[in-house]
Design a protein around this ligand. Sequence first.
Ligand SMILES: C[S@@+](CC[C@H](N)C(=O)[O-])C[C@H]1O[C@@H](n2cnc3c(N)ncnc32)[C@H](O)[C@@H]1O
Length: 288
Amino acid sequence: MHIPVLVKETIEMLDVKANGIYVDATVGLGGHAAAVLSMLGTGGRLIGIDRDEDALGYAGERLGNDRVSLRKGAFSQVGDVLLSLNIKEVDGVLFDLGVSMLQLKDFGRGFSFLSDARLDMRMDTAQELTAWDVVNRYPEKEIARILKEYGEEPFARRIAKAIIEYRKKAAINTCNELADIVMRACGRRGKTHPATRTFQALRIEVNKELDELKKGLASAVSILKSGGRLCVISYHSLEDRIVKNFIRDSAKGGVLKILTKKPVIPNIDEIRRNPSSRSAKLRGAERI
Ligand SMILES: C[S@@+](CC[C@H](N)C(=O)[O-])C[C@H]1O[C@@H](n2cnc3c(N)ncnc32)[C@H](O)[C@@H]1O
């Protein structure tokens, strides 16, 4: 089960009003959304977006309520989603970035290096591009760039070379196969599996996560009413940098007021209860 991260802190930062309209742009299994919903009165409304249909199924069961509207889509399209619901502006937008436990733990989805499933990693299973395509079809230089930029992998070139060498003999079909290739290329160092960065990089490429984030933040701000809140939880430095710079630039431009000079992070109790929260950073801003 997915344990939602920094829930209390996020709800406080969203400053949920009983009659407000809120967007959970990454509704996932509905943990944060349930907390927002519990604060809403009969006049309040919650719109949940996710590009993963399985997640929306779970969220629907959990949240089923006439004040809740769930929509499949990428959060870069949040403006269009609201238009289709005849909503012009909202009181708050929340992003809880990255993958859900549902995606990671369902080995068939091909996100985990522990899985023997086909390399996939699509959040939206209707999308064409999969991790298999990236690993088996992209040129060596492009693979090295992706590993370096999106995985911050110091052995990017070495791993890309090993992938190309392997590909000369056979296709790389499963997550396990790729994890072994990475392990052989750079050996085991420290506690984390050597394929962790490679898998993060591929996931970001397959789902165009950084591009989505930039567009999603801009769309979110365009639908916030004055005084409305933007809250973003990120899990790695690439995402956090984009969020931090976006909020800083919007503040300079007089569009947002910064609510978090430093990001809010989980306390030790939360990290003990839920170790996957350890890298979470929450940033918030208010629409001027
Ligand atoms: C960390 S989970 C959210 C968990 C949720 N807050 C909860 O409490 O259950 C992130 C979710 O965002 C979705 N997601 C990621 N990027 C997305 C995007 N660009 N557009 C729409 N959904 C996205 C994923 O499919 C995943 O279900």
